[in-house]
Design a protein around this ligand. Structure first.
Ligand SMILES: [Zn+2]
Length: 699
């Protein structure tokens, strides 16, 4: 942990020009500097560095921020690592604050876990290339699958010797603690699950013995888990694949196979290929499609999509052309659209997967196939669903239309969705208006919520299945344990003695998707308030109003205090989670009214990249949502107005709802009550309208 003073000192010292200059070649342009953006494939310099503001920003892809944010994004490091990096550069001693015992314990446990996994990765790798068994079994297998040594090394593939106790014996001799090697069961949160075996008198068994090893890397390249594939005994008592159990380091639904090796190329090419299997990633990467990841044995999750989104919004799903492949693709499309991704799909010819296809063809041929067969989701859905005589079957056709329309309804950007509406109308031979109406219905029925629910339900089922498997295997393992295990390996079925591949961890909150948000008319007014808080939060202004005697009174308010006061009085909560989060951050940071609160600095240098990114764009956009030029900054008018507009919009929305309810009453509609409420609302609106009229901005 680094103390706040040091963090402030580093942040105050770091110069954006020095920092960016280490990675990007910059030319002077007026007061600023420009260069090619390191975050997207930039042909004309669109990356601006402003020494005066101490920030950088790409005017093409929108990335940017202060020195810390730039480093975090560019080097894919944490906030604290970025502070250390800068401290080192500017000769500021960044000493870790003395950690509390609990913090130290947590930190040490994590480090020990990573060290154990690093030891395992190195051992498996050394044994693959350095032992006869490794070479004759593991390396032969990889080479037969067409993998070159360079690829094998780059992904740190390995081989675990086919001896149950060999790995643990070596690890224990090196001083790695037994608990760290074992399963992360309830009483051992620090285990990585390389081995299993409860009996403290016995050497634990290596979970992966006799298997080729695929390490899973975190974004920063640390091995956080392993997958092992059995080669020799294709006896069904042995699971073909075994994975590390979930641990403090590893949550299955947060990890993508190959992301570390692919991430910079994904950003550079602004595109990510998503395949199903680990070997698909390896062959694709070797064929030059380095920007490829796999969802590692689960259906693609929202968390995984959000990781990809840090590098690109453009994804291409690649699935086998068989029926399960297609149905997996269909489900994944909606989840991707919901996260605002641009989705393309490529199906492989029957019987081929990305791996077999890439091995059969040259890079040029593969590229040509991709170019010719890449389809957007509308064309993809239409082509797989409209096969045979379906076109003449009105019910089937209606179902297909419904399916496509629901997906389009998930797209927020109206320009994109209108392009897809046009395409769907052509492919389905339907009137555009009919499709637009159907989209409206899908939106009203909140199809987005259904997609989220479906994902949560899938996840719940998976966890349930894993729990049951684990319990069943636990029973079997116990039976064998009491029978006194024979030392001869081959009689023991791995399925019986190995714990389940996964188990729910105590805190898998990371797997829960964030609460869903529908767009509401109020969103843009919330944004405008956040914009004013970012720009002016700590400044003061004169609030002018009339008191009961119609006397003009003038109160001095700090912007953040005024906004907080009005919103809390009316119990207004923000709909957009990010805006709500920033509002809370602002309240917390500005608590002491005597402190000078520099809101611009606070937000644009915030360690949460989501926050700093939005702050930067709000800080630098020339016009706000209302088209008011930036140079009009009369806070006396702006601040009360931005809150009033939100209040007015809330009232207006409720009036609309009431009117709708009166127009289409259901049997249990309380018409009188609604009429009364409407009258109240009209009265409130009148007050707001009057005030808004008085607070017109004069340019
Ligand atoms: Zn850029």
């Amino acid at each position: 942990m680094i103390d706040q003073q040091t963090i402030d000192r580093v942040q105050d010292t770091a110069q954006i020009l020095d920092v960016v200059g280490e990675f990007v070649s910059l030319r002077r342009r007026g007061q600023n500097y420009v260069g090619l953006c390191p975050f997207h494939s930039d042909k004309n310099p669109s990356f601006y560095v402003s020494p005066a503001k101490n920030v950088c920003k790409c005017f093409s892809c929108g990335e940017g921020g202060g020195p810390v944010q730039f480093l975090m994004k560019h080097e894919q490091i944490s906030f604290f690592e970025a502070i250390k990096w800068l401290g080192n550069k500017y000769g500021i001693e960044v000493e870790d604050r003395k950690m509390t015992d609990e913090e130290r314990a947590r930190q040490t446990a994590r480090e020990s876990m990573l060290m154990a996994n690093e030891f395992a990765q190195k051992t498996f790798e050394d044994d693959l290339f350095g032992t006869n068994e490794g070479k004759s079994i593991g390396l032969t297998y990889f080479r037969e699958r067409g993998l070159q040594d360079e690829t094998i090394r780059r992904f740190h593939l390995g081989y675990a010797l086919d001896s149950k106790y060999d790995f643990a014996t070596r690890a224990l001799a090196k001083g790695y603690k037994r608990e760290i090697l074992l399963d992360p069961s309830e009483n051992n949160r620090d285990g990585v699950g390389l081995c299993y075996g409860e009996d403290p008198k016995r050497t634990p068994t290596c979970r992966f013995h006799g298997r080729v090893i695929f390490p899973y890397h975190s974004l920063s390249g640390k091995p956080v888990a392993f997958g092992g594939r059995i080669l020799q005994r294709v006896d069904h008592a042995f699971k073909k694949y075994v994975n590390s159990p979930e641990s403090a380091l590893y949550h299955k639904s947060d990890l993508l196979y190959g992301i570390f090796q692919a991430k910079s190329e994904i950003a550079k090419r602004d595109k990510c290929y998503i395949v199903e299997g680990n070997v698909d990633v390896l062959t694709m990467s070797q064929a030059g499609f380095i920007n490829t990841v796999a969802s590692a044995g689960t259906a693609l999750t929202t968390n995984q999509i959000r990781i990809i989104k840090r590098f690109t919004k453009n994804v291409t799903l690649m699935y086998d052309g068989d029926a399960p492949g297609v149905s997996a693709a269909l489900k994944t499309i909606d989840l991707l659209l919901l996260e605002g991704m641009n989705v393309q799909l490529i199906l492989f010819p029957d019987g081929d997967d990305p791996d077999s296809f890439c091995r059969k063809h040259s890079t040029e041929e593969i590229k040509r196939y991709f170019d010719e067969n890449e389809k957007d989701f509308v064309a993809f859905k239409a082509s797989v669903m409209l096969q045979g005589n379906v076109r003449r079957d009105p019910i089937k056709k209606a179902q297909i239309t419904q399916n496509i329309v629901q997906s389009i309804a998930l797209i927020e950007n109206p320009i994109y969705s209108s392009a897809f509406i046009r395409e769907a109308s052509q492919l389905l031979d339907l009137d555009e208006m009919a499709i637009i109406k159907a989209i409206k219905t899908a939106k009203d029925q909140n199809y987005a919520a259904e997609v989220r629910k479906f994902e949560i339900e899938q996840r719940r089922k998976m966890a349930q299945q894993e729990r049951e498997d684990r319990e069943a295997e636990g029973l079997k393992a116990n039976e064998i344990e009491t029978e006194q295990l024979p030392v001869n390996d081959d009689n023991v079925s791995e399925e019986a003695s190995a714990p389940a591949e996964d188990q729910p961890t105590q805190q898998s909150s990371s797997a829960t998707p964030s609460p869903l948000t529908e767009t509401r008319p109020t969103d843009r007014f919330e944004r405008n308030i956040i914009r004013n808080i970012v720009r002016h939060g700590g400044k003061s202004f004169d609030y002018k109003c009339y008191d009961e005697n119609d006397q003009l009174v003038c109160e001095r308010w700090r912007v953040i205090d005024y906004i907080g006061c009005v919103l809390q009085q009316d119990e207004i909560e923000f709909n957009v989670p990010l805006y709500a989060k920033m509002l809370q951050l602002a309240y917390d940071a500005s608590e002491d009214p005597n402190d000078e609160w520099d809101s611009v600095k606070f937000f644009t240098t915030h360690y949460d990249p989501e926050v700093s990114k939005l702050a930067l764009s709000l800080e630098s956009d020339r016009y706000d949502a209302l088209g008011i030029a930036k140079n009009v900054e009369d806070l006396d008018i702006l601040i009360p107005r931005c809150v009033l507009e939100l209040q007015e919009c809330i009232v207006r929305t409720e009036i609309n709802d009431c009117n709708k309810a009166l127009k289409y009453p259901s049997p249990d509609t309380d018409v009188v009550k609604i009429m009364q409420r409407l009258q109240e609302l009209y009265n409130i609106k009148k007050v707001f309208d009057k005030e808004l009229g008085e607070r017109i901005v004069t340019l």
